[in-house]
Design a protein around this ligand. Structure first.
Ligand code: PMP
Length: 425
Protein backbone atom coordinates (compact mmCIF):
# COMPACT_ATOMS: atom_id res chain seq x y z
CA UNK A 1 0.00 0.00 0.00
CA UNK A 2 1.36 3.47 -0.92
CA UNK A 3 1.82 6.16 1.73
CA UNK A 4 0.38 9.67 1.51
CA UNK A 5 3.79 11.12 0.70
CA UNK A 6 4.47 8.54 -2.03
CA UNK A 7 1.10 9.30 -3.62
CA UNK A 8 1.70 13.05 -3.27
CA UNK A 9 5.02 12.69 -5.13
CA UNK A 10 3.23 10.81 -7.94
CA UNK A 11 0.45 13.41 -7.93
CA UNK A 12 2.98 16.24 -8.30
CA UNK A 13 4.59 14.52 -11.28
CA UNK A 14 1.32 13.50 -13.00
CA UNK A 15 -1.23 16.23 -12.17
CA UNK A 16 -0.90 20.01 -12.77
CA UNK A 17 -0.58 22.34 -9.78
CA UNK A 18 -3.62 24.36 -10.99
CA UNK A 19 -5.84 21.94 -9.10
CA UNK A 20 -4.68 22.25 -5.50
CA UNK A 21 -5.15 20.00 -2.45
CA UNK A 22 -6.05 21.46 0.95
CA UNK A 23 -4.98 18.26 2.70
CA UNK A 24 -2.11 15.99 1.59
CA UNK A 25 -3.99 12.87 2.65
CA UNK A 26 -5.30 10.26 0.23
CA UNK A 27 -8.68 8.78 1.08
CA UNK A 28 -9.02 5.02 1.37
CA UNK A 29 -12.63 4.89 2.56
CA UNK A 30 -15.28 7.05 4.23
CA UNK A 31 -18.46 6.50 6.22
CA UNK A 32 -20.98 9.16 7.30
CA UNK A 33 -18.80 11.87 8.94
CA UNK A 34 -15.55 9.89 9.14
CA UNK A 35 -12.79 9.23 6.65
CA UNK A 36 -9.73 6.95 6.70
CA UNK A 37 -6.58 7.66 4.69
CA UNK A 38 -4.36 5.16 2.87
CA UNK A 39 -2.19 4.87 5.99
CA UNK A 40 -5.19 3.79 8.07
CA UNK A 41 -5.45 7.08 10.00
CA UNK A 42 -9.00 8.15 10.91
CA UNK A 43 -10.32 11.69 10.44
CA UNK A 44 -13.55 13.42 11.42
CA UNK A 45 -14.87 15.15 8.31
CA UNK A 46 -15.96 18.75 8.88
CA UNK A 47 -15.55 19.52 5.14
CA UNK A 48 -18.16 17.20 3.65
CA UNK A 49 -16.47 17.30 0.24
CA UNK A 50 -17.19 21.09 0.19
CA UNK A 51 -20.86 21.02 1.24
CA UNK A 52 -21.75 17.95 -0.82
CA UNK A 53 -22.37 15.54 2.04
CA UNK A 54 -25.28 16.92 4.07
CA UNK A 55 -26.47 13.29 4.22
CA UNK A 56 -22.95 11.99 4.95
CA UNK A 57 -20.59 9.68 3.11
CA UNK A 58 -22.31 6.61 1.68
CA UNK A 59 -25.72 7.03 3.31
CA UNK A 60 -27.22 3.50 3.19
CA UNK A 61 -30.43 4.72 1.49
CA UNK A 62 -28.47 6.60 -1.16
CA UNK A 63 -26.19 3.60 -1.73
CA UNK A 64 -29.22 1.29 -2.08
CA UNK A 65 -30.92 3.61 -4.58
CA UNK A 66 -27.74 3.83 -6.66
CA UNK A 67 -27.22 0.03 -6.52
CA UNK A 68 -30.80 -0.50 -7.70
CA UNK A 69 -30.26 1.95 -10.58
CA UNK A 70 -26.93 0.31 -11.53
CA UNK A 71 -28.63 -3.07 -11.72
CA UNK A 72 -30.85 -1.71 -14.54
CA UNK A 73 -28.80 0.85 -16.56
CA UNK A 74 -26.14 3.50 -15.89
CA UNK A 75 -26.56 5.83 -18.87
CA UNK A 76 -28.73 6.52 -21.88
CA UNK A 77 -28.43 10.33 -22.16
CA UNK A 78 -31.73 11.99 -21.24
CA UNK A 79 -31.82 13.61 -24.70
CA UNK A 80 -31.68 10.19 -26.38
CA UNK A 81 -33.98 8.08 -24.23
CA UNK A 82 -35.39 9.62 -21.04
CA UNK A 83 -36.10 7.89 -17.72
CA UNK A 84 -38.67 8.41 -14.97
CA UNK A 85 -36.27 9.30 -12.14
CA UNK A 86 -35.32 12.56 -13.91
CA UNK A 87 -39.00 13.53 -14.13
CA UNK A 88 -39.77 12.42 -10.56
CA UNK A 89 -36.86 14.49 -9.24
CA UNK A 90 -37.93 17.54 -11.26
CA UNK A 91 -41.46 17.18 -9.89
CA UNK A 92 -40.19 17.02 -6.30
CA UNK A 93 -37.91 20.04 -6.69
CA UNK A 94 -40.66 22.02 -8.43
CA UNK A 95 -42.89 21.38 -5.41
CA UNK A 96 -40.18 22.11 -2.82
CA UNK A 97 -38.55 25.23 -4.28
CA UNK A 98 -39.76 28.67 -3.18
CA UNK A 99 -40.77 29.72 -6.71
CA UNK A 100 -43.95 31.71 -7.33
CA UNK A 101 -46.46 29.75 -9.48
CA UNK A 102 -45.70 26.66 -11.59
CA UNK A 103 -42.03 25.66 -11.78
CA UNK A 104 -39.89 23.53 -14.11
CA UNK A 105 -36.46 21.98 -13.51
CA UNK A 106 -33.63 20.93 -15.83
CA UNK A 107 -30.58 18.94 -14.69
CA UNK A 108 -26.87 19.21 -15.40
CA UNK A 109 -23.74 17.80 -13.78
CA UNK A 110 -21.77 20.51 -11.94
CA UNK A 111 -22.67 23.66 -10.05
CA UNK A 112 -20.87 25.84 -12.60
CA UNK A 113 -22.92 24.27 -15.39
CA UNK A 114 -26.12 25.09 -13.51
CA UNK A 115 -25.06 28.74 -13.25
CA UNK A 116 -24.01 28.88 -16.92
CA UNK A 117 -27.42 27.54 -17.92
CA UNK A 118 -29.32 29.78 -15.52
CA UNK A 119 -27.74 32.76 -17.32
CA UNK A 120 -28.48 31.24 -20.75
CA UNK A 121 -32.12 30.77 -19.73
CA UNK A 122 -32.34 34.30 -18.28
CA UNK A 123 -30.90 35.75 -21.48
CA UNK A 124 -33.34 33.73 -23.61
CA UNK A 125 -36.30 34.77 -21.44
CA UNK A 126 -35.47 38.49 -21.28
CA UNK A 127 -33.70 39.05 -24.59
CA UNK A 128 -31.12 40.97 -22.53
CA UNK A 129 -27.42 40.35 -21.90
CA UNK A 130 -26.17 41.99 -18.68
CA UNK A 131 -25.59 40.04 -15.45
CA UNK A 132 -24.99 41.65 -12.06
CA UNK A 133 -23.20 39.61 -9.40
CA UNK A 134 -21.53 40.39 -6.07
CA UNK A 135 -17.93 40.87 -4.94
CA UNK A 136 -16.89 37.87 -2.84
CA UNK A 137 -19.47 35.67 -4.58
CA UNK A 138 -18.47 32.32 -6.04
CA UNK A 139 -20.23 30.69 -8.97
CA UNK A 140 -17.65 28.36 -10.56
CA UNK A 141 -14.51 28.04 -12.66
CA UNK A 142 -15.85 27.85 -16.23
CA UNK A 143 -15.34 30.96 -18.40
CA UNK A 144 -18.71 32.57 -17.65
CA UNK A 145 -18.91 31.54 -13.99
CA UNK A 146 -15.29 32.58 -13.42
CA UNK A 147 -16.27 36.02 -14.69
CA UNK A 148 -19.31 35.97 -12.37
CA UNK A 149 -17.17 34.96 -9.39
CA UNK A 150 -16.20 38.01 -7.35
CA UNK A 151 -12.67 37.02 -6.34
CA UNK A 152 -9.56 37.53 -8.49
CA UNK A 153 -7.10 35.26 -6.68
CA UNK A 154 -6.84 32.38 -7.31
CA UNK A 155 -9.77 32.11 -9.72
CA UNK A 156 -9.08 34.66 -12.48
CA UNK A 157 -5.31 35.12 -12.53
CA UNK A 158 -3.82 34.34 -16.00
CA UNK A 159 -7.24 33.44 -17.51
CA UNK A 160 -8.24 36.72 -19.23
CA UNK A 161 -10.00 37.83 -21.35
CA UNK A 162 -13.16 37.19 -19.37
CA UNK A 163 -16.64 37.10 -20.96
CA UNK A 164 -18.28 40.51 -21.29
CA UNK A 165 -21.44 41.88 -19.69
CA UNK A 166 -20.73 40.74 -16.11
CA UNK A 167 -20.78 43.49 -13.46
CA UNK A 168 -19.87 43.26 -9.77
CA UNK A 169 -21.24 45.26 -6.85
CA UNK A 170 -20.19 45.06 -3.17
CA UNK A 171 -21.89 42.51 -0.90
CA UNK A 172 -23.07 43.84 2.47
CA UNK A 173 -20.94 42.77 5.45
CA UNK A 174 -20.53 44.98 8.55
CA UNK A 175 -16.89 44.01 9.33
CA UNK A 176 -15.94 45.14 5.80
CA UNK A 177 -17.87 48.37 6.35
CA UNK A 178 -20.39 47.60 3.60
CA UNK A 179 -24.10 48.18 4.30
CA UNK A 180 -27.17 47.13 2.32
CA UNK A 181 -27.54 50.76 1.28
CA UNK A 182 -23.96 50.72 -0.08
CA UNK A 183 -24.78 47.67 -2.22
CA UNK A 184 -27.99 49.24 -3.54
CA UNK A 185 -26.21 52.52 -4.25
CA UNK A 186 -23.58 50.59 -6.22
CA UNK A 187 -26.30 49.01 -8.40
CA UNK A 188 -27.83 52.42 -8.95
CA UNK A 189 -24.41 53.75 -9.95
CA UNK A 190 -23.88 50.74 -12.25
CA UNK A 191 -27.15 51.58 -14.00
CA UNK A 192 -25.85 55.13 -14.53
CA UNK A 193 -22.22 54.33 -15.38
CA UNK A 194 -22.12 50.97 -17.19
CA UNK A 195 -25.38 49.32 -18.18
CA UNK A 196 -29.01 50.40 -18.32
CA UNK A 197 -31.55 48.27 -16.40
CA UNK A 198 -33.32 47.49 -19.71
CA UNK A 199 -30.21 45.62 -20.90
CA UNK A 200 -29.79 43.71 -17.61
CA UNK A 201 -31.00 40.11 -17.75
CA UNK A 202 -30.34 38.97 -14.18
CA UNK A 203 -29.02 39.71 -10.73
CA UNK A 204 -27.31 36.61 -9.30
CA UNK A 205 -26.42 36.04 -5.66
CA UNK A 206 -25.87 33.38 -3.03
CA UNK A 207 -28.30 33.61 -0.09
CA UNK A 208 -25.24 32.97 2.08
CA UNK A 209 -21.91 33.58 0.35
CA UNK A 210 -20.04 30.28 0.65
CA UNK A 211 -16.48 30.57 -0.65
CA UNK A 212 -16.78 34.29 0.20
CA UNK A 213 -16.89 33.52 3.92
CA UNK A 214 -20.35 32.32 4.98
CA UNK A 215 -21.87 35.78 4.86
CA UNK A 216 -25.66 35.82 4.83
CA UNK A 217 -27.56 38.20 2.53
CA UNK A 218 -29.68 40.40 4.82
CA UNK A 219 -33.46 40.14 4.30
CA UNK A 220 -33.45 43.87 3.54
CA UNK A 221 -31.10 43.21 0.59
CA UNK A 222 -33.18 40.29 -0.70
CA UNK A 223 -36.37 42.36 -0.56
CA UNK A 224 -34.74 45.37 -2.21
CA UNK A 225 -33.33 43.21 -5.03
CA UNK A 226 -36.72 41.57 -5.59
CA UNK A 227 -38.34 45.04 -5.85
CA UNK A 228 -35.59 46.28 -8.18
CA UNK A 229 -35.95 43.20 -10.42
CA UNK A 230 -39.75 43.61 -10.52
CA UNK A 231 -39.43 47.28 -11.38
CA UNK A 232 -37.06 46.70 -14.31
CA UNK A 233 -38.08 43.23 -15.57
CA UNK A 234 -34.76 41.75 -14.40
CA UNK A 235 -34.65 38.09 -13.23
CA UNK A 236 -33.49 37.29 -9.69
CA UNK A 237 -31.28 34.18 -9.69
CA UNK A 238 -30.39 32.64 -6.34
CA UNK A 239 -27.38 30.32 -6.30
CA UNK A 240 -28.16 27.58 -3.77
CA UNK A 241 -25.30 25.30 -4.82
CA UNK A 242 -23.65 25.49 -1.38
CA UNK A 243 -26.65 26.56 0.77
CA UNK A 244 -29.29 24.12 -0.48
CA UNK A 245 -30.75 20.96 1.05
CA UNK A 246 -31.01 21.72 4.77
CA UNK A 247 -27.51 23.14 5.35
CA UNK A 248 -28.78 26.54 6.53
CA UNK A 249 -31.60 25.13 8.67
CA UNK A 250 -34.07 25.57 5.79
CA UNK A 251 -34.45 23.44 2.67
CA UNK A 252 -33.15 26.42 0.64
CA UNK A 253 -31.06 29.26 2.05
CA UNK A 254 -33.26 31.92 0.44
CA UNK A 255 -36.14 30.80 2.69
CA UNK A 256 -34.62 32.83 5.53
CA UNK A 257 -36.41 35.70 3.76
CA UNK A 258 -39.88 35.56 2.19
CA UNK A 259 -38.42 36.52 -1.20
CA UNK A 260 -39.20 34.22 -4.10
CA UNK A 261 -36.50 34.15 -6.81
CA UNK A 262 -37.26 33.59 -10.50
CA UNK A 263 -34.53 30.96 -10.86
CA UNK A 264 -32.65 28.78 -8.34
CA UNK A 265 -29.45 26.83 -9.06
CA UNK A 266 -28.73 23.66 -7.08
CA UNK A 267 -25.94 21.04 -6.97
CA UNK A 268 -23.57 19.61 -4.31
CA UNK A 269 -25.72 18.04 -1.51
CA UNK A 270 -28.61 17.47 -3.94
CA UNK A 271 -27.24 14.03 -4.81
CA UNK A 272 -25.19 13.14 -1.72
CA UNK A 273 -21.85 12.66 -3.48
CA UNK A 274 -22.93 11.96 -7.06
CA UNK A 275 -22.43 14.66 -9.73
CA UNK A 276 -25.75 16.40 -10.31
CA UNK A 277 -26.89 20.00 -10.61
CA UNK A 278 -30.13 21.65 -11.56
CA UNK A 279 -31.84 24.88 -12.56
CA UNK A 280 -35.30 25.35 -11.08
CA UNK A 281 -37.40 28.29 -12.23
CA UNK A 282 -40.73 29.79 -13.12
CA UNK A 283 -42.18 27.59 -15.88
CA UNK A 284 -42.60 30.37 -18.46
CA UNK A 285 -38.99 31.49 -18.01
CA UNK A 286 -37.65 27.92 -18.10
CA UNK A 287 -39.39 27.32 -21.44
CA UNK A 288 -37.75 30.34 -23.12
CA UNK A 289 -34.79 28.43 -24.60
CA UNK A 290 -35.40 26.64 -27.92
CA UNK A 291 -35.49 22.79 -27.97
CA UNK A 292 -31.93 21.49 -28.18
CA UNK A 293 -30.46 24.69 -26.73
CA UNK A 294 -29.98 23.16 -23.30
CA UNK A 295 -28.65 19.81 -22.11
CA UNK A 296 -25.48 17.73 -22.18
CA UNK A 297 -24.41 14.10 -22.56
CA UNK A 298 -24.28 13.36 -18.83
CA UNK A 299 -26.79 16.00 -17.68
CA UNK A 300 -29.17 14.50 -15.14
CA UNK A 301 -27.38 11.13 -14.97
CA UNK A 302 -29.79 8.36 -13.92
CA UNK A 303 -27.35 7.27 -11.19
CA UNK A 304 -27.29 10.78 -9.73
CA UNK A 305 -31.09 11.21 -10.08
CA UNK A 306 -31.62 7.98 -8.12
CA UNK A 307 -29.22 9.23 -5.45
CA UNK A 308 -30.98 12.62 -5.27
CA UNK A 309 -34.43 11.08 -4.81
CA UNK A 310 -33.00 9.11 -1.86
CA UNK A 311 -31.30 12.24 -0.49
CA UNK A 312 -34.65 14.09 -0.43
CA UNK A 313 -36.20 11.13 1.43
CA UNK A 314 -33.37 11.11 3.97
CA UNK A 315 -33.64 14.87 4.60
CA UNK A 316 -37.33 14.40 5.37
CA UNK A 317 -37.17 11.11 7.31
CA UNK A 318 -34.19 12.09 9.45
CA UNK A 319 -35.49 15.66 9.97
CA UNK A 320 -32.19 17.10 8.79
CA UNK A 321 -33.51 20.67 8.62
CA UNK A 322 -34.20 20.58 12.36
CA UNK A 323 -30.92 18.76 12.92
CA UNK A 324 -28.99 21.50 11.06
CA UNK A 325 -30.34 24.06 13.52
CA UNK A 326 -29.34 21.87 16.51
CA UNK A 327 -25.85 21.30 15.13
CA UNK A 328 -25.42 25.02 14.43
CA UNK A 329 -26.54 26.01 17.94
CA UNK A 330 -24.15 23.49 19.48
CA UNK A 331 -21.23 24.68 17.33
CA UNK A 332 -21.92 28.34 17.97
CA UNK A 333 -22.09 27.98 21.75
CA UNK A 334 -18.86 25.97 21.76
CA UNK A 335 -17.12 28.54 19.53
CA UNK A 336 -18.39 31.42 21.72
CA UNK A 337 -16.88 29.68 24.76
CA UNK A 338 -13.56 29.22 22.89
CA UNK A 339 -13.57 32.89 21.85
CA UNK A 340 -13.83 33.92 25.54
CA UNK A 341 -10.71 31.97 26.53
CA UNK A 342 -7.50 33.98 26.48
CA UNK A 343 -5.06 31.16 25.68
CA UNK A 344 -6.36 30.62 22.13
CA UNK A 345 -5.71 32.01 18.68
CA UNK A 346 -8.02 35.07 18.54
CA UNK A 347 -11.25 34.32 16.68
CA UNK A 348 -14.12 36.65 15.74
CA UNK A 349 -17.42 36.89 13.89
CA UNK A 350 -18.89 33.46 14.70
CA UNK A 351 -21.70 33.38 12.17
CA UNK A 352 -23.98 31.60 9.78
CA UNK A 353 -27.50 30.20 9.69
CA UNK A 354 -28.31 26.56 10.58
CA UNK A 355 -25.24 24.37 10.30
CA UNK A 356 -23.47 26.72 7.84
CA UNK A 357 -21.09 28.01 10.50
CA UNK A 358 -17.84 29.94 10.10
CA UNK A 359 -15.56 32.15 12.16
CA UNK A 360 -12.62 34.42 11.40
CA UNK A 361 -9.07 33.95 12.62
CA UNK A 362 -7.80 37.46 13.44
CA UNK A 363 -4.41 38.94 14.27
CA UNK A 364 -5.47 40.63 17.50
CA UNK A 365 -8.37 39.88 19.83
CA UNK A 366 -11.21 42.37 19.39
CA UNK A 367 -10.20 43.40 15.84
CA UNK A 368 -11.15 42.20 12.35
CA UNK A 369 -7.59 42.13 11.06
CA UNK A 370 -7.37 38.86 9.05
CA UNK A 371 -4.62 36.32 9.76
CA UNK A 372 -4.55 33.91 6.81
CA UNK A 373 -1.21 32.34 7.85
CA UNK A 374 -2.52 31.45 11.31
CA UNK A 375 -5.71 30.09 9.66
CA UNK A 376 -3.56 27.69 7.62
CA UNK A 377 -1.64 26.66 10.77
CA UNK A 378 -4.87 25.95 12.69
CA UNK A 379 -6.21 23.84 9.81
CA UNK A 380 -2.92 21.88 9.59
CA UNK A 381 -2.84 21.29 13.36
CA UNK A 382 -6.45 20.09 13.34
CA UNK A 383 -5.65 17.71 10.49
CA UNK A 384 -2.64 16.29 12.31
CA UNK A 385 -5.00 15.63 15.22
CA UNK A 386 -7.63 13.97 13.02
CA UNK A 387 -10.07 16.70 11.92
CA UNK A 388 -10.60 17.85 8.32
CA UNK A 389 -11.41 21.56 8.05
CA UNK A 390 -11.70 24.06 5.19
CA UNK A 391 -11.02 27.77 5.02
CA UNK A 392 -12.93 30.38 3.02
CA UNK A 393 -13.40 34.15 2.80
CA UNK A 394 -11.93 36.85 0.59
CA UNK A 395 -9.00 37.21 3.02
CA UNK A 396 -8.56 33.44 3.47
CA UNK A 397 -8.98 33.75 7.25
CA UNK A 398 -12.40 32.16 7.79
CA UNK A 399 -12.74 28.56 8.94
CA UNK A 400 -15.99 26.94 7.82
CA UNK A 401 -17.67 23.93 9.34
CA UNK A 402 -19.61 21.72 6.94
CA UNK A 403 -20.10 18.56 8.97
CA UNK A 404 -22.63 16.05 7.59
CA UNK A 405 -26.02 16.72 9.19
CA UNK A 406 -26.21 12.98 9.89
CA UNK A 407 -23.22 13.12 12.28
CA UNK A 408 -23.93 11.99 15.85
CA UNK A 409 -23.57 14.34 18.82
CA UNK A 410 -20.65 12.23 20.05
CA UNK A 411 -18.76 12.66 16.79
CA UNK A 412 -19.60 16.37 16.69
CA UNK A 413 -18.24 16.84 20.22
CA UNK A 414 -15.12 14.89 19.36
CA UNK A 415 -14.56 17.12 16.29
CA UNK A 416 -15.13 20.29 18.31
CA UNK A 417 -12.62 19.05 20.93
CA UNK A 418 -9.99 18.72 18.20
CA UNK A 419 -10.89 22.16 16.85
CA UNK A 420 -10.55 23.70 20.33
CA UNK A 421 -7.20 22.01 20.79
CA UNK A 422 -6.03 23.31 17.37
CA UNK A 423 -6.98 26.84 18.41
CA UNK A 424 -5.25 26.58 21.77
CA UNK A 425 -1.82 28.22 22.00
N1 PMP B 1 -21.94 28.14 -6.80
C1 PMP B 1 -21.63 28.06 -5.49
C2 PMP B 1 -22.36 28.90 -4.51
C3 PMP B 1 -20.62 27.19 -5.06
O1 PMP B 1 -20.30 27.11 -3.76
C4 PMP B 1 -19.94 26.39 -6.03
C5 PMP B 1 -18.84 25.42 -5.63
N2 PMP B 1 -18.12 25.72 -4.51
C6 PMP B 1 -20.33 26.52 -7.37
C7 PMP B 1 -21.33 27.39 -7.71
C8 PMP B 1 -19.65 25.71 -8.45
O2 PMP B 1 -19.97 24.37 -8.33
P1 PMP B 1 -19.07 23.24 -9.04
O3 PMP B 1 -17.74 23.25 -8.32
O4 PMP B 1 -19.84 21.97 -8.87
O5 PMP B 1 -18.95 23.64 -10.47
Amino acid sequence: MSTNSELMARREAAVPRGVSNTHPIFTQRAENAELWDVEGKRYIDFAGGIAVLNTGHRHPKVMAAVAEQLSRFSHTCFQVSPYESYIALAERLNALAPIEGPAKTIFFTTGAEALENAVKIARAATGRSGVITFAGGYHGRTMLTMAMTGKVLPYKKKFAPLPAEIYHVPFPHAPFGVTVQDSLRAIDMLFRADIEPERTAAIVLEPVQGEGGFIQAPTELMEALRALCDKHGILLIVDEVQTGFARTGKMFGVEHSAVKPDIITVAKSLAGGFPLSGVIGRAAIMDAAEPGGLGGTYSGSPIACAAALAVLDVIEEEKLIERANNIGAKMKSRLEAISRRNNTVPIAEIRGPGAMIAFDVVATRGTNEPDADMTKKVIAKARDNGLILLSCGVYGNAIRLLVPLTASDTLLDEGLDVLEQALTV
